[in-house]
Ligand binder design. Structure first.
Ligand code: ATP
Ligand code: MG
Ligand code: FE
Length: 346
């Protein structure tokens, strides 16, 4: 099926045209520069920016793909989870187009989109597999059973992986978004310079929870280290070593949990999604560990790791092909567990 898809859940205004797993156009207007001065996403500014950009992105997407409306089977948009005001812009645009052009409308779960980014690169990928979803707001291990059918095996108890990157970057005086900045300077740092806690979660029985993470303790450990180093050395911080040590700790923690999960559930494949899937240390650690355990690991190409509409279109196409449709009265939701994806369809 050919889908025009819209993604506006956070700070990227994105429109794509996909034919199942084939991307025909993929427009991403990032608001990063607008939010950078505030050090993070400002929701009111994000929705206003989406409103300003959305029509242009839709036009560019259609002209870039040389598509006519008659060739489009359905219109899709991210309906949950995300910033309500931002989601509203994309969903309203999609519903309006669906009414004007008399096409079915499909609401898409943003995290299911991140999972489908792996199919775009690898249409041969087949469930069941484990998805390690590591983004700005989520750190999840998801058992992917089939389209729309997910089980949550692990999550973060506090900060998400991307959030930890963004907060630690701020501590190190690096600009927003922190993930790419840390990844860049970590290349010249020593990963063994500072031992840091991996953020395991204790169980009442005295063991550790195998799949859950906690990154707020790691962030606090970096903060204490920064304060200590500053009192010892004045203003000069070894930020490359700090970044490399922090990044390696996160990569190690995520790798252990993903591998344990795949082995315990007897699944041969791990697919990684979300912005942190772009991280070079995570890619190296997980690729090496998977090879040691005879597991396959799939990473989307870098530009499909962070938010885009191609992944939303790919998920929508699979639902559309199965006969799933959404109601035009489907409302946006700031939160919705991925286990409830099927509630979006009639
Ligand atoms: P969610 O998908 O949970 O709603 P989001 O859509 O804001 O959150 P994404 O766009 O998937 O998140 O990812 C953005 C996050 O990815 C940011 O926290 C950013 O710092 C992080 N990130 C991007 N590139 C890298 C990288 N190379 N290394 C580490 N983190 C990265
Ligand atoms: Mg973003
Ligand atoms: Fe995202």
């Amino acid at each position: 099926a050919t889908i025009l898809a819209i993604e506006t859940s956070c700070d990227e205004t994105a429109v794509a045209i996909v034919n199942n797993c084939e991307v025909h156009s993929n427009i991403v207007a990032s608001q990063i520069d607008v939010h950078r001065v505030y050090g993070g996403v400002v929701p009111e500014i994000a929705s206003r920016q989406h409103l300003e950009m959305i029509n242009l992105c839709i036009e560019q997407s259609l002209s870039g793909a040389e598509y006519q409306w008659s060739q489009i089977d359905a219109i899709a948009a991210t309906v949950a989870p995300g910033l309500v005001g931002s989601l509203m812009v994309g969903v309203t645009a999609a519903k309006t187009l669906a009414i004007i052009h008399n096409k079915p409308f499909l609401g898409v779960h943003h995290l299911e989109g991140h999972i489908y980014a792996s199919y775009l690169n690898d249409p041969q990928l087949k469930p069941p597999f484990i998805c390690l979803l590591v983004s700005g707001g989520h750190t999840s291990l998801i058992y992917v059973k089939d389209c729309g059918i997910y089980e949550m095996l692990g999550s973060t108890r506090d900060d998400a992986a991307g959030e930890a990157f963004d907060k630690v970057a701020r501590l190190l005086g690096l600009s927003y978004p922190g993930g790419p900045a840390i990844d860049r300077i970590a290349q010249t740092g020593n990963t063994e310079a500072f031992p840091l806690p991996e953020g395991r979660i204790s169980t009442p029985e005295g063991g550790y929870h195998p799949y859950d993470s906690s990154f707020s303790g790691l962030k606090t450990a970096v903060l204490r280290l920064v304060n200590k180093l500053q009192t010892e050395n004045g203003q000069i911080l070894p930020i490359n070593d700090l970044a490399a040590s922090f990044q390696a700790t996160v990569a190690r923690a995520l790798t252990k949990r993903a591998i344990a999960c795949a082995l315990d559930y007897g699944v041969k494949t791990i697919a990684v999604g979300g912005g942190v899937a772009a991280n070079s240390a995570l890619r190296q650690h997980l690729t090496a560990a998977a090879a040691n355990h005879d597991l396959d690991v799939h990473f989307p190409p870098l530009k499909l790791c962070t938010d885009n509409a191609a992944m939303i279109g790919c998920a929508a196409a699979d639902h559309f092909n199965r006969g799933h449709r959404s109601s035009l009265s489907l409302a946006v939701q700031s939160r919705l567990p991925i286990t409830e994806v099927m509630s979006l369809y009639l």
